[in-house]
Unconditional design. Structure first.
Length: 305
């Protein structure tokens, strides 16, 4: 099922046609409040009373003109300003291919620098999303350059990549912010763990490696997963070696396991909801289904009247 869904995410024919289907648009509303920024801001406002922050991300990737990247950067500056004006505890997370990575990496870095500066001015943070493995090296290169200038910036790392333990070890001396995810791209077995047990084991060991540094203020650790049993297992191991729950920040997608996120927040885990929006939702949505195939049943129910 996972491999079929990831194939569907890459299929151009489906990408053009599925978003036009009413049932598909109805199904995706579980995971995103709308396609525009006002919808995302409205959804975020309802979370503040529960002491749950947000991370905004506008869906899109692999642009073909640098002018498009400039427009994306301008949009994220607007997001930061609008969220700050509303008093939201909000951060932003961006794919580098949205900022022109395939066209001009230096322009991409310039946009990252300006967004990180903007985020710092208002007491927020700027995150770089990780994409497929062909982008891992260049994404890490840009992040290391950015982190040297802007210590509040963060990066997403994927636990299913075999290389990630080495990447973490190289980053830890730089006091990084790391959002750890399991991974949602179809990577070959030579570079990625394929079984759920292996991915979970990698996620757990990486989390504890980072948490040891985070306990001393030398890193920020985010566990971006809906697997609350895994989160609690990691926290239990951490507690045995003196790492409190407050070190393990938890992030979950809008509309998924909101009750679990609220419960973890009430137990002392810092918590944020990732709010995605935008009209380029099809490949993102298919990868979310691939991460958690149980959601396929929900999507299929949208076929019913």
């Amino acid at each position: 099922m996972r491999r079929i869904l990831l194939w569907a995410a890459r299929n151009e024919w489906l990408r053009e046609r599925v978003p036009r289907l009413r049932f598909a648009r109805r199904a995706v509303r579980r995971f995103m409040p709308g396609e525009d920024l006002p919808s995302a801001l409205e959804a975020a406002a309802g979370l503040g009373s529960r002491r749950i922050g947000v991370v905004f991300t506008r869906l899109g990737e692999n642009l073909v003109a640098i002018s498009e990247a400039d427009a994306v950067a301008a949009h994220y500056h607007t997001v930061l300003d609008e969220a700050n004006a509303r008093g939201l505890d909000a951060e932003v997370s961006v794919k580098l291919t949205q900022l022109g990575l395939d066209i001009d990496p230096e322009t991409t870095f310039g946009h990252c620098r300006e967004l990180a500066e903007h985020a710092e001015r208002i007491g927020s943070a700027f995150w770089i999303d990780m994409e497929g493995s062909v982008y891992t090296d260049v994404t890490l290169d840009i992040y290391r350059r950015l982190l040297a200038e802007h210590p509040r910036s963060g990066i997403c790392l994927q636990a299913y990549l075999r290389r990630t333990v080495g990447d973490v070890q190289q980053l830890l001396p730089m006091t990084p912010s790391i959002r750890l995810v399991k991974g949602a791209y179809d990577e070959p077995a030579r570079i990625a763990f394929r079984s759920r047990a292996d991915v979970d084991a990698s996620f757990q060991s990486l989390s504890l490696l980072i948490a040891g540094r985070a306990r001393e203020g030398g890193a920020r650790l985010v566990l971006a997963t809906h697997d609350s049993a895994l989160i609690e297992r990691i926290a239990s191991f951490g507690g045995a070696i003196g790492i409190p729950p407050g070190v393990f920040e938890v992030q979950m997608l809008y509309g998924i396991r909101a009750g679990e996120l609220a419960r973890l927040s009430s137990q002392g885990y810092p918590a944020r909801t990732l709010i995605a929006y935008g009209d380029y939702w099809y490949p993102w949505y298919m990868r979310r289904l691939a991460e958690r195939p149980a959601n396929v049943a929900f999507a299929l129910r949208q076929l019913l009247p």
